[in-house]
Design a protein around this ligand. Structure first.
Ligand code: GLV
Length: 326
């Protein structure tokens, strides 16, 4: 019996390839540059399954170009690159990779938080110019972390891990979420639910952990930024469009907030040009989950998802499983 076919827009990692190759005739895009859209449409035209990255849009156009497609797996937890409703219309099962990157991404939110508060990147850049005169009493003064108020927007899988880490810093934790967390979790995390306005007013650090949805686009608007204190730092490790980048650049230029540390951008790979010249912002290249362990787990999970679909099993992470009666 011939195996179904899969196209992967990256060669993935050996452990994930082994799963794909056990179940599929697998093809990979191996060039160092990202696959051009026209090439992607051409390569999926006769495939049964697609493994893609968050940088590839799976939309009506792609689905129409791939009439045999039954499964799409994005190697990411965020799936704003996938039009899930269109997948359902085309009877294509869509999957993502939740659960395996929570701790790693929470680590990175903390990496950014600590680095911006203590001006680490600025200091490193200064030393590399060769002009550091040596220790000074008032040099590169940042803000304390311990004992401060951490505002977590989105207390889901990643947000709750960020909260757990804050306990070591004896922080007061406020959170805002679409749904209030169970009381047991609030108690365990020492996290207090707050309306968004209150969280913005009172937090010394605001960290974002909501997915990109129509309701969260520009959640951090000029108005929201205006509610933060001049000593507050904003951390974004979720999706760029959750923040109005233009408004953020203005707030940082005017010093109405103390700083921001970003891993994600509104129009990746473009970064708003006004951010590039600012010292009170850290700009990371979307590496929140980028550890060898976690990226391998994500690729393996994506491969496991597509393999399950063709083995007649419910994939672990179907986004439209119910709609397709799985
Ligand atoms: C990364 O941004 C992801 O969604 O996994």
């Amino acid at each position: 019996m011939t195996k179904p076919s899969v196209f992967s827009t990256r060669p993935l990692f050996p452990a994930a390839r082994a799963i794909l190759e056990q179940h599929f005739e697998a093809e990979y895009w191996t060039a160092p540059e990202r696959i051009p859209r026209t090439e992607l449409l051409r390569r999926v035209a006769d495939k049964d399954a697609l493994v893609c990255l968050l940088t590839e849009k799976v939309d009506e156009e792609l689905l129409a170009a791939a009439p045999k497609l039954r499964a799409v797996a994005t190697v990411s937890v965020g799936y704003d690159n996938i039009d899930v409703a269109a997948c359902t219309r085309h009877k294509v099962v869509a999957t993502n990779t939740p659960g395996v990157l929570d701790e790693t991404t929470a680590d990175f939110a903390w990496t950014l938080l600590m680095a911006i508060a203590r001006r680490l990147v600025e200091g490193d850049a200064w030393l590399r110019t060769g002009s550091w005169p040596g220790w000074e009493l008032d040099q590169l003064l940042g803000g304390d972390i311990w004992g401060k108020t951490l505002g977590i927007i989105g207390l889901g899988r990643i947000g709750s891990r960020v909260a757990r880490r804050a306990q070591g810093f004896q922080m007061r934790i406020l959170y805002h979420s679409r749904h209030r967390a169970p009381l047991g979790l609030e108690a365990e995390l020492h996290a207090e639910f707050a309306e968004l306005d209150r969280l913005l007013h009172e937090s010394d650090f605001v960290t974002l952990h909501v997915p990109l949805l129509p309701t969260t686009r520009h959640l951090i608007s000029a108005e929201a930024l205006g509610k933060m204190k001049p000593s507050t730092y904003l951390i974004n490790t979720t999706r760029g469009p959750v923040v109005d980048e233009e408004a953020l650049a203005r707030a940082l230029q005017r010093g109405t907030i103390a700083g921001a540390a970003l891993d994600v951008y509104e129009n990746e790979p473009r970064v708003h040009p006004d951010l590039l010249g600012l010292r009170n912002v850290i700009l990371a290249p979307h590496i929140g989950s980028a550890t060898i362990e976690t990226r391998t787990k994500m690729a393996v999970l994506a491969a496991t998802n597509v393999a399950a679909i063709f083995a007649g099993q419910r994939p672990p992470n179907a986004l439209n499983g119910d709609a397709l009666g799985l």
